[in-house]
Structures are given as structure tokens and as C-alpha cells.
Write a protein that binds this ligand. Structure first.
Ligand SMILES: [Zn+2]
Length: 199
């Protein structure tokens, strides 16, 4: 690569990184309580909904994520977008109707940057959801796409990927995250997932 084109590549990388940071700044970060809310079903497939889907799609792309749920932009409605394995789509009021197998892979979350952990989930899922016009559709997914779909539907139920880990592993990762982000989040009290509150 010539020196000149290397400079251009560096400039492009810097632009992509700047866009990613701007997008992350608009995404709610753990332990924001909205991430623990159970999102409500959509009542109207109107322009507000379509604008929300567009905004979320743009943020997901800029943040270089494979999915984003409405809770992550502070709106507790059952809306999520996914962009995985070359397939980009919106899921409105999604439900998982079939699961099969199990697979383990590393997961991360735009609301908990820089924290990654192996999570075991069904390998194949079939969902039913509405598109932005309100048409119900069915979709089958495996691999990364199936994982992204399940991660996003979890968000709509107030569940984070860390909740799938053992309590010990989760507490270790969360305390590391809190230590690294102390300045921004130490004023926010964490809301525990329902399963923990029952213990
Ligand atoms: Zn997430």
C-alpha cells in the first residue's frame, strides 16, 4: 500500500471510529434502569414507529453492532433491529416460536462495551414478528443471526447477556465494568434481574 493510500485509510478509520463513539454515546449504558424494563407491545404502526426503526438501524450500523433493542435508546417498546449474516431487518413484537440445539459463542453488548463472555443459547430459532408496516412474518435463523435475535428479544424483557452466566462470573465481569466506568455510572444504583431479586 502506498503511503498516500495508507493516510486515506487511516483517515477513514478515524471517521468510522468517531461515528462509532457518537453512536455509543446515544445508546443507554449499563446499569441504566431502562435496560431492566419489560418493554410494552406496539399499538400503532405509524410514522413515529418507522422513524424509531430508522434511527435504531442507523445507530446499530454506526456503532457496528449486530443488533439493537428500543430499551437501549431509552424507549421501552417491543422493537428491535438486527443486522447479521447479511440480513438486516426490524422485529416488532417478536416472539420465539421454536428453538433447537445449543451453541456457545462469545457475546458482547452495545450497552456494556468492552465486556465479552461466552453464552450458551439455542442454535436455531424460528420467530414471528411484525415488520414496520405491521405485517406479521416468520423467520428462521441459525448461528450468529439466531444469537443476535435472542440477545435482542432478551433486551425487550429486561434481560442482559450477562444474566445467562453463572452468578459468580457475572458479578466478576460487572464489578470490572463498574470499576472501569466508575466516573460515569457510580451514581446509578443497579436494578437486579427478576431472577436474582427472588433469591
Ligand atoms: Zn445488547
Amino acid at each position: 500500500m502506498s503511503e498516500e493510500s495508507q493516510v486515506k485509510t487511516d483517515e477513514l478509520d478515524a471517521q468510522i471510529e468517531a461515528r462509532r463513539r457518537l453512536a455509543l454515546a446515544q445508546i443507554r449504558q449499563y446499569p441504566d434502569p431502562v435496560l431492566r424494563l419489560e418493554a410494552q407491545e406496539i399499538e400503532a404502526f405509524d410514522d413515529d414507529l418507522r422513524q424509531l426503526v430508522e434511527r435504531m438501524t442507523r445507530l446499530m450500523q454506526d456503532a457496528r453492532g449486530v443488533g439493537l433493542a428500543a430499551n437501549q435508546v431509552g424507549i421501552a417498546r417491543r422493537v428491535a433491529v438486527v443486522d447479521a449474516d447479511g440480513d438486516r431487518f426490524a422485529m416488532i413484537d417478536p416472539v420465539i416460536v421454536e428453538t433447537e440445539g445449543a451453541g456457545t459463542a462469545e457475546e458482547g453488548c452495545l450497552s456494556i462495551p468492552e465486556i465479552y463472555a461466552d453464552v450458551t443459547r439455542p442454535e436455531r430459532v424460528v420467530i414471528e414478528a411484525s415488520d414496520r408496516e405491521g405485517n406479521r412474518y416468520r423467520r428462521e435463523a441459525t448461528g450468529l443471526k439466531a444469537r443476535a435475535i435472542q440477545h435482542e428479544i432478551d433486551h425487550l424483557d429486561g434481560i442482559l447477556f450477562l444474566d445467562h452466566l453463572s452468578l459468580m462470573r457475572r458479578q466478576m465481569l460487572m464489578s470490572r465494568w463498574r470499576r472501569e466506568h466508575k466516573d460515569d455510572t457510580s451514581h446509578i444504583k443497579e436494578v437486579q434481574p427478576a431472577a436474582d431479586r427472588a433469591e
